[in-house]
Design a protein around this ligand. Structure first.
Ligand SMILES: Cc1ncc(COP(=O)(O)O)c(C=O)c1O
Length: 516
């Protein structure tokens, strides 16, 4: 490669020139074909293959980014197939949704950009729940779409069963670099629940390899949520849902979650941990493989523990050889003001599960990260990990995740989540703090909860009433979805100050004005 070609600036000039020529030809009626990039790029004879590939890759990515940029600005008119509403109502069985009522609240989205989604009637809404707490960088990022398209064009599917692909290897290294210390090994799955199942199985097999096959039990907290398949559900601490499908099992135990008093008052905390350790001894630590926990409980109501709490929790678990599995599926990728919530509390888990914000919802992907200590127990011949999903670590999803993480870092979105989250909590508290329908407003970063209560008796508001409030907000252009008496707020981390204020203001008037 000549010296001229080594200069990054000249590479950029070649890429820019080629992109301009492609769009010029396209504008005058030419048809752009990716295989023609060679003709449109003035390569020299002595340019290396590596250089050519790099430039062609950059040109293709830029062209796709521009195409997606244009596409995302096209309105919805004319794109809506006739009868789509009734196809949806008659044939899609929606998760956690009462289908007999669904027709009244149908929301068929066909466009999404930034923090705004648009329905088939052309009505815009601010998405205050970031899809399902997952769209961290916002919708319609052309760089992510281009990376996905480029990967799909290069190799649309590669299994990770004894093979690999470029974005998978890049992403695993990136995750090891940004995760809490020592989590160097990454097992990919599709969604959060699958990543939890993976962690539970790794923990069991790890102890089997250490000749402790009886150490299989998983501890978790009451109120914790880890997913809806049978293993992850068994570990979840939402009793009503778990008991519908599962009998009590020796393999899962649920411990009380600390109260606000036990978190903040050292005497109450030490009493809590005395009882916590007694429970472990009663269960028998020789049967316990791991404690699975959310650093900040999400579905359980955005409860934020303290550094002191986690110091003691880690000390007790380590002293009984109980692995720590941090479930960062909701909290990861900047949501709480740091890349991972573990960083707020000095948590150094043995495993960590991530999903949701890993791709910001551009593709299904999750991962279970494990420490060297755990991974090394699987290196002996005949002792490989007995587990895997056909689509786990799909290359297109890994390409999306890489670009998503780059965007989070480049735009410092975790820090932004901290700042906007504080702004929202303050605005909501100022406007609603003393309102009789509010019992508490709390959260960390852009993981915020408003606790609602009845004006008449001060008891927790029913799901029926909290849903009426969400319906008013929807009418006024805001998407929120209540969980019992809680309204969670977890919009894209990229929202502007104005959008954040709008979310607060629409919610305030819905809470105050809805007739219950
Ligand atoms: C903390 C936590 N763990 C696991 C899950 C399950 O993830 P998924 O719905 O992607 O399977 C969720 C989903 O809300 C979650 O909040």
């Amino acid at each position: 490669m000549t010296e001229r070609r080594n200069l990054e600036q000249s590479e950029n000039e070649i890429v820019n020139g080629a992109v301009n020529r492609i769009f010029e030809e396209y504008k005058i009626g030419g048809r752009f074909n990716v295989s023609e990039t060679d003709r449109l790029i003035p390569f020299r004879q002595d340019d290396t293959v590596e250089f050519r590939n790099r430039v062609v890759g950059a040109v293709t990515k830029r062209v796709m980014e521009e195409v997606f940029e244009v596409r995302s600005k096209i309105g919805v008119t004319g794109n809506v197939p006739e009868g789509i509403e009734s196809s949806d109502i008659s044939h899609v069985w929606h998760p956690y949704t009462q289908m007999s009522e669904y027709g009244d609240e149908q929301l068929l989205v066909c466009k999404a950009q930034g923090a705004t989604v648009t329905d088939v009637n052309g009505k815009d809404y601010i998405d205050a729940v970031g899809g399902l707490w997952c769209v961290n960088v916002g919708y319609g990022r052309s760089n992510i779409l281009a990376a996905m398209a480029a990967q799909a064009a290069d190799a649309s599917y590669v299994s990770l069963f004894g093979r690999s692909h470029i974005p998978g290897a890049q992403l695993a290294k990136e995750l090891a670099d940004i995760a809490p210390k020592g989590l160097n090994h990454v097992f990919f799955s599709n969604g959060g629940t699958e990543a939890v199942e993976t962690a539970i199985k790794i923990a069991g097999q790890y102890f089997a390899h250490l000749e402790k096959p009886q150490k299989k039990r998983i501890l978790s907290f009451k109120g914790g949520w880890h997913g809806c398949t049978l293993g992850a559900l068994a570990a979840s601490g939402i009793d009503g849902e778990r008991n519908l499908f599962l009998e009590e099992s020796d393999q899962f135990s649920h411990l009380p979650y600390p109260s606000s008093e036990e978190l903040s008052n050292p005497v109450a905390r030490s009493d809590y941990f005395r009882r916590f350790e007694e429970m472990i001894l009663r269960i028998d630590p020789n049967t316990i493989a791991a404690l699975l926990f959310e650093p900040i409980q999400g579905v359980g109501g955005m409860r934020v523990p303290t550094r002191e709490f986690y110091e003691e929790l880690q000390r007790i678990c380590r002293s009984h050889n109980i692995l720590l599995i941090a479930d960062e599926i909701t909290t990861g990728f900047g949501r709480t003001g740091k890349m991972f919530a573990c960083e707020h509390f000095g948590i150094e888990p043995d495993m960590m599960v991530v999903g949701k914000g890993l791709t910001s919802g551009y593709a299904p992907l999750s991962a279970t990260l494990a420490s060297d200590k755990i991974y090394h127990q699987f290196l002996t011949k005949g002792k490989h990990f007995i587990h895997g999903y056909t689509f786990g670590g799909h290359p297109t999803a890994c390409a999306a995740a890489m670009e998503n993480i780059t965007t989070l870092q480049k735009e410092q979105l975790p820090e932004r989540a901290g700042v906007v989250g504080d702004r929202m909590i303050e605005r909501l508290s100022t406007k609603l703090g003393n309102h009789p329908r509010i019992s508490e407003i709390r959260g960390k970063g852009l993981l915020i909860a408003i606790d609602l209560r009845n004006e008449s008796d001060g008891e927790a508001m029913s799901q029926t009433d909290s849903r009426k409030i969400c319906a008013t907000a929807r009418t006024n252009g805001l998407i929120v979805r209540s969980l019992d008496n809680i309204i969670p707020i977890c919009p894209p981390l990229s929202i502007s100050d104005e959008e954040a204020d709008q979310i607060c203001d629409i919610l305030v008037s819905a809470i105050v004005d809805t007739n219950l």
